[in-house]
Write a protein that binds this ligand. Structure first.
Ligand SMILES: [Zn+2]
Length: 98
């Protein structure tokens, strides 16, 4: 993951990371430009699912992106996967090709 310094636009390095929740990680970052030397804290959060997990955690819910192919044929594919019905779209695709 490439993160730029908000002040000078140079590349930044993640120094430490700490899990806040299943969906959010807090990072401390350091600008690599020695003339800037800014250090700051940022958050990374999972906000939308593009392709559902093949091994979904039942405690995790990340809404499907409206642009996800999986959103075209199900109101909530991830909830359906948690209930083991219907099969995962990728699993169906693998079986269809064999
Ligand atoms: Zn900087």
């Amino acid at each position: 993951m490439r993160i730029k310094c908000p002040h000078c636009g140079s590349a930044a390095r993640i120094r430490t990371s700490r899990r806040i929740s299943d969906l959010t990680v807090e990072h401390s970052l350091q600008c690599q430009n020695l003339d800037c030397a800014h250090t700051w804290v940022a958050l990374t959060s999972a906000v939308r699912t593009i392709a559902p997990s093949m091994t979904p955690n039942p405690k995790v819910y990340i809404p499907l992106s409206p642009r996800s192919p999986a959103a075209n044929n199900a109101q909530d594919k991830q909830t359906a996967l948690a209930l083991d019905e219907p099969p995962h779209p990728r699993a169906m695709a693998i079986h269809d090709t064999g």
